[in-house]
Design a protein around this ligand. Structure first.
Ligand code: DAH
Length: 329
């Protein structure tokens, strides 16, 4: 171990130009390599000399090691600066990942078509909340306590007593709107409803409904028939349709509507004249005013229009399915 040799190593170290990552690796191995690095060997030699000399040389060699490490650090920080400034960390010639252009969901297409049809005949479009209380979803709609749709298996309750729930139908929008507005009005609302049902090809725990209602003086069942006829022929063209007597607690009389499609009758919606009791519940004078209402499931209607077999496919989010639907809406 002698001073001159160490001075020479120091000069070598200082003159070493590190320009690339390869240079850096060569430098590291040459000076600090675990087996044959020059500085590593100096440390090994230290152990063989006298304590006094070891003190002196130890200090010098440690300085040398510090200098080598410093050089490495300087290279690293410069490299980061360059990549931050110029973004040279990636290859700008690689083609970018393409962005898929989405398409309108078939349920949205149908929703927009229905809105368009009803706006044309003077209806106002409104939204209603999906979280409802018992009164708007059931009581005000004349649905008595013992009605099956109130039971736990049908309804998702968020809390009991007072009952807060996910609306089981859009008919609750009737109540919300009628409470705030005085007739006459024609209103359409479309949105999600929730029922605690087993998921299958025909039913889901969530689906969309369209709700329409019209209240004025002298609204009659023939107004209802004409409106439904307009909706169905606009969507299906000239098809056979029938009004089948039915029961809903909030309409009297009530009917279900079927259309004749592919050699069978398909049920597509419910409707009726709004029960005077419902009008009373929202302080509308049933002696002066009458009205009709209807409700239909959007998923079911889309199944028929688009000839889809399984409603679960709507929510699979498969772009190949969605891309098949084109619309101006
Ligand atoms: N709310 C009913 C349901 O979810 C559908 C319905 C039937 C709505 C008749 C109406 C109506 O407005 O008049 O099954």
């Amino acid at each position: 171990m002698d001073q001159k040799k160490i001075e020479k190593i120091k000069k070598d170290l200082q003159c070493f130009h590190i320009k690339t990552s390869n240079d850096l690796e060569t430098f590291r191995i040459k000076f600090l390599g675990k087996k044959k690095g020059i500085i590593t060997i100096l440390f090994k030699k230290l152990k063989k000399i006298s304590i006094q000399k070891r003190k002196i040389y130890g200090k010098i060699i440690n300085e040398l090691k510090k200098e080598a490490k410093n050089k490495i650090n300087i290279f690293h920080s410069k490299k980061n600066e360059i990549s931050n400034e110029k973004g040279l960390q990636f290859d700008p010639t690689i083609p970018g990942t393409s962005i898929e252009i989405g398409s309108i969901h078939p349920l949205s297409i149908l929703k927009n078509r229905i809105i368009d049809l009803f706006i044309k005949i003077g209806f106002t479009y409104v939204d209603g909340p999906e979280i409802e209380d018992d009164w708007h979803n059931f009581t005000a709609l004349n649905i008595p306590i013992f009605h099956p749709s109130r039971e736990m298996q049908d309804t998702f309750f968020l809390c009991k007593n007072p009952d807060v729930l996910l609306r089981t139908h859009t008919s609750s929008v009737q109540i919300r709107y009628m409470k705030k507005h005085s007739p006459p009005f024609r209103v359409l609302s479309i949105g999600k409803v929730y029922r605690n049902e087993t998921i299958s090809s025909r039913s889901n725990f969530m689906f969309h409904q369209a709700e329409g209602f019209y209240i004025d003086k002298k609204v009659s069942f023939s107004d209802l028939k004409q409106t439904i006829h307009y909706l169905i022929t606009s969507l299906f063209g000239e098809v056979k349709m029938r009004f089948r007597p039915s029961y809903f607690p909030f309409t009297e009389p009530s009917a279900e509507i079927d259309i004749y499609c592919n050699n069978e009758w398909l049920e597509i919606m419910g409707c009726g004249m709004i029960d005077p009791q419902v009008l009373k519940n929202v302080n509308i004078d049933s002696e002066i005013y009458s009205g009709f209402a209807f409700g239909l499931g959007i998923e079911r209607l889309a199944l028929i229009i688009y000839k889809i077999k399984d409603i679960r496919i709507y929510f699979d989010n498969d772009i190949r399915f969605l891309k098949q639907f084109k619309s101006e809406f």
